[in-house]
Write a protein that binds this ligand. Structure first.
Ligand code: AMP
Length: 545
């Protein structure tokens, strides 16, 4: 017997309907170069209609891909809704990719129109003459002169919208139609395209409303400090639209703690989201200035492991971090580290520091790195995390990648973890980053966390370097807090670690650097560290040996 329920497609058009009919007055605040811009959901829906009209006038049809090269602001949010709701596919371009990779993603996705922020024209201009398939370029600008470029004709976004009607006839869509795509930041080889469907984004938005996830509600004001090209801005633009939350967008100022704290304070942010490096900066700023953000209820943090010292510092500042794990391929929600009702008070911090338990709709297992066999959830055995669910990628755009997708339908994440009997995941490393020393594994993530607990340390990343006897040995790259620069030694750090990790985990060398290289999504860039790393000094075999 079949259920007798309506065949209602799960598409982002439902979110547009909610924003229009229920939350028209809810504010969208954007920090632009020339100050704060205010609009609301009502205006967004109207402008999204005009935008869809403009794009279809430019020849965009259902299934076509529209690229965006833009900061976190209200116009980008309009594109987030207009493009998928007209049946086209939103491709948020990673503005920090090298030109060749940017070109690759534009071609691989098949972008037919690109909408670019005026200030990012120079980024696109590096590809002048290399984008023959592009049908049109639209520039988001506020009447300022455009920088010199060789990209050909550019249509002005605002004049284009002014010439259109707001009541665009949104077509009927199927829930498995593509809605958006993001490319992984790809540590090796070309980036890989993840193609989200309306259904996956709809269900993922529902998930952001759950109390044991982000718990977005109409009463929230959410400030994502996540580039809008990174995993659909962690699904926050759609989650906020579904819930009716106020949205605060930091423009291009993601790395500026003062701008962020001002925005959060003045606009009454209740939820903020970002990778650990954002919060390392924020803690420094709050401690230095004595400022506080009492209205913020949740700091959602993922993308990299939260160092214990960071969570403790945030706790002291009254900012409660919720640790989440996920990836571009998982939309990105995978797991959340909420404390269980039966967890004793003394174990709460440890539990909050894990990568958490699988979110509803996400199934997770770990598989032995060598044999691929499923491992027990005993908190000891570690293997690669594999996951499946309605918002987990089943393939990449134009590539099958059988080594990333198992024959029985699971995504191989490349993350190595243990899982406790209660289902809490602890990431030990990326498969590419684990250090193998004398036949045993060393977790670079754990070592980094331990080093960053040192009071004089701001940031630390650990990589394995070749060693003639032990295969690999750990080397730590450390950035001291500004006030301790030049006043900390490698021996001091090794001494600090002595009662925290096994003696054979102690880094052979501690190398102090002024700045940690970061990826386009603001994570520590170990690939860059590896590329320029000097070999281990004691690893050089003695002459004649
Ligand atoms: P991306 O697709 O760029 O978001 O990168 C996803 C990767 O970031 C994951 O596969 C993990 O290696 C890492 N990651 C995400 N969240 C966490 C976390 N909470 N702890 C440790 N690593 C994480």
């Amino acid at each position: 017997m079949k259920g007798l329920m309506q065949d209602y497609p799960l598409t982002l058009q439902h979110l547009l309907w909610r924003m229009d009919r229920l939350f028209g007055r809810k504010e969208i605040v954007s920090r632009l170069e020339h100050g704060v811009h205010r609009s609301n959901y009502g205006e967004l829906v109207e402008r999204a209609g005009r935008l869809a009209g403009l794009l279809s006038r430019l020849g965009v049809r259902p299934g076509d891909v529209v690229g965006t090269l833009a900061w976190n602001d209200y116009r980008h949010l309009e594109l987030y809704y207009a493009v998928p709701c007209m049946g086209a596919v939103l491709h948020t371009l990673n503005l920090r990719l090298f030109p060749d990779q940017l070109e690759f993603t534009i071609r691989d996705a098949g972008d037919s129109v690109i909408v670019v922020d005026r200030s990012l024209i120079p980024v696109l201009n590096q590809l002048a003459g290399r984008l023959p398939a592009l049908r049109a370029l639209v520039v988001m600008n506020d009447g300022q002169p455009l920088p010199e470029h060789g990209l050909g004709e550019m249509l002005d976004y605002e004049s284009g919208l002014a010439g259109e009607r707001p009541d665009f006839p949104w077509p009927r869509l199927a829930e498995d139609d593509a809605a958006a795509m993001c490319y992984t930041s790809g540590t090796t080889g070309n980036p890989k395209g993840v193609v989200y469907s309306h259904r996956s984004q709809f269900l993922h938005s529902m998930a952001t409303l759950g109390t044991d996830s982000v718990g977005l509600s109409e009463r929230d004001a959410v400030l994502p400090i996540v580039p809008m090209f990174h995993a659909n801005c962690w699904g926050i633009p759609y989650g906020a639209g579904m819930a009716g939350s106020k949205v605060i967008l930091p423009g291009r100022y993601l790395g500026d703690a003062e701008v962020i704290v001002n925005l959060a304070d003045e606009e009454g942010a209740t939820v903020m989201a970002g990778v650990p490096t954002i919060w390392i900066n924020t803690v420094q700023y709050l401690e230095k200035t004595g400022r506080r953000l009492p209205r913020v209820r949740t700091i959602l943090c993922g993308g990299a492991a939260i160092p214990r010292g960071l969570m403790e510092a945030m706790d002291r500042l009254g900012l409660r971090m919720v640790h989440a794990w996920g990836m571009t391929e998982t939309s990105p929600i995978g797991s959340f580290a909420n404390v269980r009702s039966w967890t004793p008070a003394g174990a709460e911090l440890d539990q909050r520091l894990t990568q958490g338990a699988p979110a509803p709709c996400v199934e997770i297992r770990i598989a032995d790195l060598a044999s691929g066999k499923e491992l027990p959830w005993d908190g000891q055995a570690f293997g690669e995390i594999q996951c499946r669910g309605p918002w987990i990628a089943a393939a990449y755009n134009h590539r099958a990648d059988p080594d990333r997708f198992t024959v029985d339908g699971w995504l191989r994440t490349g993350d190595v973890a243990t899982i406790s009997p209660d289902g809490y995941i602890t990431i030990v490393d990326r498969t590419k980053d684990v250090i193998k020393s004398g036949g045993e594994w060393i977790s670079s993530v754990e070592l980094e966390g331990a080093i960053m607990a040192h009071p004089k340390v701001l940031e630390a990343a650990v990589i394995g370097l070749q060693h003639p006897r032990w295969q690999e040995r750990p080397v730590a790259y450390v950035v001291a807090k500004p006030e301790f620069k030049g006043q900390i030694t490698g021996e001091e750090i090794r001494e600090f670690l002595r009662d925290k990790v096994a003696s054979w985990w102690l880094p052979d060398e501690v190398r102090f650097i002024d700045e940690m290289p970061k990826t386009s999504t603001m994570k520590f860039d170990k690939k860059a560290l590896r590329a320029t790393a000097e070999p281990l000094s004691q690893a050089t075999p003695a002459p004649g040996s």
